[in-house]
Ligand binder design. Structure first.
Ligand code: GLU
Length: 278
């Protein structure tokens, strides 16, 4: 099977060295194995994403010396596909409409705590027919009924993580996650898992802060009968003081480095990849 990796940035700002580090991980893995490297623009959050940043992403990656295979997939052009996945989960009784606000959730007495903060307390889970109809008439999100979903798939769920072997998943760690936000047809989790399956991605490389989310992605794969890629979560690039690079470090955007006169090879080295792409 041909190795297939992807880089999947969200166009919420200019690419910085941390993105270059991630992109080079995926690109190098694919090219070293004679495989495919895909570029996907994750722009479903129209509040935060800007088309101008998509243009800049393509420009900056090409400048860096990275090429990608096939068409760039732009998620905002495929909302009907994500809606279809959501509809299947709804039809199977695995997702429910939720009208809770953030404040409602924060104030809920005895909200269960997860490793990542308070979990959704389940206020809207198991609605009566009337409650469900009332919530559908209001702005609502769709939440995954994680317990019900897990009861319907053979466990335990696992995935292969580079250098760590087979990891066992705990999809309940996030509680009943949002699959589609109010006014948006889909969430990151649903789209990313759908697209990795659709595009035949066999190795997901991404930053280690997304390792926990993989447990949930594994559940969605099991529910939808999608193939399970291997995963390689890599460390985040830090600056000289050990601080994690973030978008707010505008001076470290690839565009700024280019304008300051740095060559692509220098910037690749700054991003942790001193070898020259060929
Ligand atoms: N779009 C996500 C981000 O920019 C990356 C998702 C992923 O690699 O799975 O953080």
């Amino acid at each position: 099977m041909t190795l297939c990796t992807r880089f999947a940035p969200s166009p919420t700002g200019l690419l910085h060295l941390g993105h270059a580090h991630a992109a080079l991980h995926a690109w190098t893995a694919a090219r070293a194995a004679g495989g495919r490297f895909l570029l996907r623009i994750e722009d479903i959050d129209t509040q935060r994403c800007r088309p101008a940043f998509t243009v800049a992403i393509l420009r900056d990656l090409a400048w860096l010396g990275l090429d990608w295979d096939g068409e760039v997939r732009v998620q905002s052009e495929h909302l009907a596909e994500y809606q279809a996945v959501l509809d299947r989960l709804i039809d199977r009784g695995l997702a429910y409409p939720c009208t809770c606000t953030r404040a409602d959730i924060a104030q809920a007495a005895g909200a269960p705590q997860g490793g990542e903060g308070p979990l959704y307390p389940g206020t809207c889970r198991n609605p009566t027919t009337a409650e469900r109809a009332a919530r559908l008439a209001l702005p609502h999100a769709w939440r995954l009924d994680v317990a019900r979903a897990m009861a319907g798939v053979p466990g335990p769920l696992c995935f292969n993580e580079a250098g760590r072997g087979r990891l066992r998943c705990d999809p309940a760690r996030f509680g009943d996650v949002v699959l589609a936000r109010k006014g948006l047809g889909a969430s990151y989790h649903l789209c990313v898992t759908h697209d990795d399956a659709l595009q035949g991605v066999t190795l997901v490389t991404r930053a280690e802060d997304l390792l926990p989310a993989t447990d949930l992605h594994r559940l969605l794969q099991a529910l939808m009968g999608w193939p399970v890629p291997d995963y390689a979560h890599h460390g985040l690039l830090a600056d000289a003081t050990g601080r994690r690079l973030a978008k707010r470090d505008g001076a470290l955007s690839l565009a700024a480095l280019r304008e300051a006169g740095h060559s692509p090879a220098e910037v690749r080295a700054m991003a942790g990849w001193p070898e020259t792409p060929t």
